[in-house]
Write a protein that binds this ligand. Structure first.
Ligand code: ZN
Length: 448
């Protein structure tokens, strides 16, 4: 039993309760009480005490869209459009990417995420020249203590290099293997979703096949869609439909679907997303980095679409810093719509907590600090320079904070960082190994 006491708390529960002198009791992996510190201290006398005086406790941030492997490619794809970025950086590096490299990528991401108060990743891995990539990602998730939603992705169409394309039977068989091996394992800390990457690099048959796998196993489905305007134009030319209409015609949309990007949407597309209860993963930093466009997020939210957010891979961002994501998500829409009220700190914080949990079908377990949910949380130091003064903690979190303000991070009831020190990972060794692996990959790809 653990008791975090004397904390300011933002619960994100349905009443949006906050506490000035709050406490959270944790038994095993779950929260058993949230309330006033004075009351819970009496109730849980024997608990291991974590004194959070001067600190703020928030639900762990959910990184709702990333590509773990891309952290090794950081800095090689600057100043290019989406299609050129794939050509000059992502394809050449991925042709030499091996499963064991994905272990180092996931461990490096784990260090950055845990030190930045992020507790869950939602990955998409579609570079399957080495079919063991998923196994190494799973192993690193186990070792690091992170909560993971592995995305078993696939591509089968030009202009992706032949070597990176999968046949439909292989993709289906591998998805089934990964789901059977890892979905719901690590005491519920690891789960699996499937994905045919997007409307360009996956065929109609592959998109249908992945929807079939998702239905057969009751796992969610992800897709990248309407990211760059040329993708939507091409889809219109090939199928006589917008990208969203095309995905809808294949049965992709639905409450278990999480669509990344959605930058280029017609009015009908927005209505389809709302009507089908499809979730959207907004990637404001990546969309700026690749000059994709501005997703009409405030309009989607107004129509009732569940919107979450992520950094995207760390070679179109170029980090896994959720504070950057939050700030960009707010500022991008304020300037795009020339309306300072269109996106507030409160709306953005919902995206990376409760909305994200709902998007991955885990709203009963994650996204807020409530009794019965997993103890995934971050303890924020309010005595750091960028957090002073703290009139409004939510404002400071979105507009002022950097990852350095995260004092401690807990996942699944386990303290993974305490007073900025990682307790389960050898940080120095992990960083050195990831750096060496990146250089080795770049040399083999001819990009070093
Ligand atoms: Zn992506």
């Amino acid at each position: 039993m653990k008791l975090i006491k004397n904390a300011r708390i933002i619960t994100m529960d349905p009443q949006r309760r906050t506490f000035d002198q709050g406490a959270i009791a944790i038994k095993g992996s779950r929260i058993v009480a949230v309330g006033e510190s004075a009351t819970l201290e009496k109730e849980y006398r024997d608990a291991e005490i974590i004194d959070a005086k001067g600190m703020l406790v928030i639900p762990g941030l959910i990184n709702a869209h990333t590509h773990l492997y891309q952290i090794l490619y950081k800095g090689l794809g600057d100043d290019a459009s989406l299609s050129n970025w794939l050509k000059k950086c992502v394809y050449p590096m991925s042709l030499v990417l091996r499963g064991k490299d994905c272990y180092d990528a996931t461990m490096l991401t784990a260090v950055e995420m845990i030190k930045g108060g992020s507790t869950t990743y939602v990955d998409c891995h579609y570079m399957n020249r080495d079919l063991e990539c998923q196994d190494y990602i799973a192993e690193a998730t186990k070792v690091s203590g992170l909560r993971g939603v592995m995305g078993r992705g696939t591509i089968d169409s030009a202009p992706a290099p032949e070597e990176l394309r999968e046949s439909i039977p292989q993709a289906v068989a591998e998805c089934e293997r990964v789901i059977k091996t890892y979905h719901g394992t690590l005491d519920g800390r690891l789960s699996v979703r499937v994905e045919a990457l997007n409307e360009k690099l996956a065929s109609t048959e592959m998109l249908r096949a992945m929807r079939g796998v998702a239905n057969d196993f009751g796992v969610g489905i992800n897709m990248h869609i309407a990211e760059a305007s040329e993708r939507v134009k091409e889809t219109q030319e090939r199928f006589g439909m917008t990208s969203i209409e095309y995905a809808h015609s294949l049965g992709i949309l639905g409450p278990d679907a999480l669509l990344a990007h959605c930058c280029w949407l017609s009015e009908h597309d927005k209505q389809l997303l709302a009507d089908t209860h499809t979730s959207v993963a907004h990637n404001p930093v990546s969309n700026q980095y690749l000059s994709d466009g501005v997703a009409p997020i405030p309009e989607l939210i107004k129509m009732g679409v569940n919107v979450t957010a992520g950094p995207d891979g760390a070679c179109s961002n170029n980090n896994q810093n959720m504070f950057d994501v939050m700030k960009s998500a707010a500022l991008l829409h304020k300037v795009h719509y020339l309306d300072p009220e269109i996106m507030t700190a409160a709306m953005v914080f919902e995206m990376v907590t409760i909305n994200a949990a709902k998007a991955i079908g885990m709203e009963k377990d994650l996204g807020s600090l409530e009794v019965g949910k997993y103890a995934d949380l971050a303890i924020i130091d309010l005595e750091q320079p960028c957090m002073i003064p703290c009139f409004n903690p939510l404002s400071n979190l979105v507009y002022s904070a950097t990852p350095d303000v995260v004092n401690s991070t807990m996942i699944h009831g386990e303290m993974l960082m305490r007073d900025r020190e990682l307790l389960h990972i050898d940080e120095k060794e992990t960083l050195a190994k990831a750096s060496a692996t990146s250089w080795d990959l770049a040399r083999r790809a001819g990009l070093a």
